[in-house]
Write a protein that binds this ligand. Sequence first.
Ligand SMILES: [Zn+2]
Length: 262
Amino acid sequence: MNAVRSTNIVTPMEAILLRRVKRALLGATVALATTALSLGILITWPNPLFAFSLGSGKISVASDHPIPPRGGERVLRDCERLLERSPLKAKRSHYWLYVTNDEWRQRLFFFPQPERWGFAWYFGFGGHAFLSGADFETGRVVHWGYVGTPPRTLAYLCAHELTHIVASEHVGLDRFHVPQWVWEGLPDYVGIEKRETFDQLHDALGDDPVDIPMRVKYGSYPRYRLLVTYFIEQKGWSFEQLLQTRLTEDEATKIMRADEKR
Ligand SMILES: [Zn+2]
């Protein structure tokens, strides 16, 4: 039997190239980790980047642009009222909302998903919310030059994002097991000023499972809210029960549709 001899098939030139690639990869990993860490620190302690602030109640707002006192206080008051209406009670006594009006600040804080109007940042023992831009006088969100329209106002967005924080306080790491229709449907339900009943919302959305124009404008939020409203109003579920459910959107929709046929 012939013995198989192992031969070195890497030429010296290839070995040099391989070393360079390895070094470049290591450098890129370190740069990426450093960027992620810096962004994590910045997002957890953003105050130095926001020169203006306002608020004396449960919520304060910080912004990179001056905040008109009357408009700013009105938005905070409305946001607080929407949150107080929520059966999911806040565990902390104070919350911060950060508004990024300048383009570079908006790019920095929203770079993973620049299309978002806002996001909530929860770090285990607390959290705060970021909005992409604000006109406090009119109470509207300003996102890359686009002005948001009611019912998705500044107060709505403030209540929506802070509800994510409050929900995180209640479920902790289980948050990653909460189905998306509950995770987004609950804050949408809390934030909408003139909340429709299940029947009203059902009629407005129609029976079509995919409502294209509505989805283009608001994503899946109206559908999520319809499901959440159904389980709260028709099934008598509490917010806690909703946060504990593991029903998928399809399963929840099937239950709702089966009920309609009765
Ligand atoms: Zn959300």
